[in-house]
Design a protein around this ligand. Structure first.
Ligand code: ZN
Length: 328
């Protein structure tokens, strides 16, 4: 009212009226267009957010507490993959469901032992009911034709999963055999890349010695997954990969004294190590000498994690920030 009076008093009423007839409708039209554009932007960004979830980027590597066994969950931008499944007694499907995992791009079973592949047998009901989708199964060239290998392959066939055998030279991305080049480092877009380092093709290795060993790389950082590789395998792996090193090491064979030579550990020179092991297991894993060697090589006992003591542990690999370890 005051403004209106002022307009009238200053004799500008006609000017104002003229603007309202010509300029303001145009201005209003543009304001409406801008508002519509901003609303569209908001909807678009909301859709993007919904598609990507609340992920803050990076690669997340979780060593699941599966008791005496190994299961490593990988997650990048809402995509999941699994390296080993733990034993068939670890309620892996429930664990995945509680973490919101409805789809695994692939599952890799490192070798045909129950504590690494037994959990795969749990997938039958979840996959057949549609509660879980599994894209593909990878196995190593384990020459041991035991009941676990037979059962895993029979179930994969029943579930109509494509099965591929991986060996040294195989490269996987989160979607399977489509790894980004360069492990996400340099100018390339970040992306997880799993380089299979062991076993070489045609070696006829079996059981622990045939463990699929892989270097998981992201943005220039490395996680070495060794499954149950033994000390003879460690020595030969270094002959194949003399410059092998990693920021984070999955300690071989649950900390068994038959793995983790000081030569291998000091070559890999990890900043962090994880022993996936069951509490009070019958094997006495991890062996005290292995834990001493780890403390010596890592140089910080608080950087050595154990799933029997710490439960499931997640490391975040973030471009520019490095490997972020779980809070103590
Ligand atoms: Zn094992």
């Amino acid at each position: 009212m005051i403004f209106s009076k002022k307009v009238e008093k200053n004799g500008r009423k006609n000017v104002y009226k003229g603007m309202s007839d010509s300029v303001f409708p145009v201005l209003g039209l543009w304001l409406r267009r801008i508002a519509a554009f901003l609303a569209l932007c908001a909807v678009f960004s909301a859709c993007m957010y919904a598609e990507e979830g609340d992920d803050d980027g990076g690669l997340h590597v979780t060593f699941l507490d599966v008791g005496q066994g190994l299961a490593v969950l990988l997650e990048e931008n809402g995509r999941y993959a699994l390296y080993d499944t733990g034993p068939d007694s670890a309620a892996l499907v429930d664990t995945l469901a509680s973490r919101g995992v409805r789809e695994l791009e692939w599952v890799l079973v490192s070798h045909a032992h129950r504590d690494h592949g037994g959990g795969f047998m749990e997938f039958a009901r979840a996959v057949e009911s549609g509660a879980l989708r599994v894209g593909r199964l990878y196995v190593g060239p384990d020459a041991y034709a035991g009941i676990v290998r037979d059962s895993v392959l029979r179930l994969a066939s029943r579930l109509k999963l494509p099965v591929d055998t991986v060996a040294r030279g195989s490269v996987l991305g989160m979607r399977g055999g489509d790894a980004p080049s360069g492990g996400g480092s340099g100018a390339a877009a970040p992306g997880a890349r799993l380089d299979v380092l062991w076993p070489p093709k045609g070696e006829g290795l079996a059981e622990n010695a045939a463990s699929v060993v892989a270097l998981l790389e992201y943005a220039g950082y490395g996680v070495l997954l060794t499954a149950d590789l033994d000390s003879a395998g460690e020595r030969r792996l270094l002959e194949y990969s003399p410059s092998l090193r990693a920021d984070l090491l999955q300690v071989a064979h649950h900390g068994s004294a038959g793995s983790s030579t000081i030569a291998f550990l000091s070559k890999v020179a990890p900043r962090y190590a994880v022993v996936s092991v069951g509490a009070k297991n019958a094997y006495g894993h991890p062996a005290a000498p292995v834990m001493r060697k780890l403390a010596y090589v890592v140089g910080d006992s608080s950087a050595i994690y154990r799933t029997d003591r710490d439960g499931s542990v997640t490391f975040d690999l973030v471009e520019g920030a490095g490997v972020i370890s779980p809070a103590p």
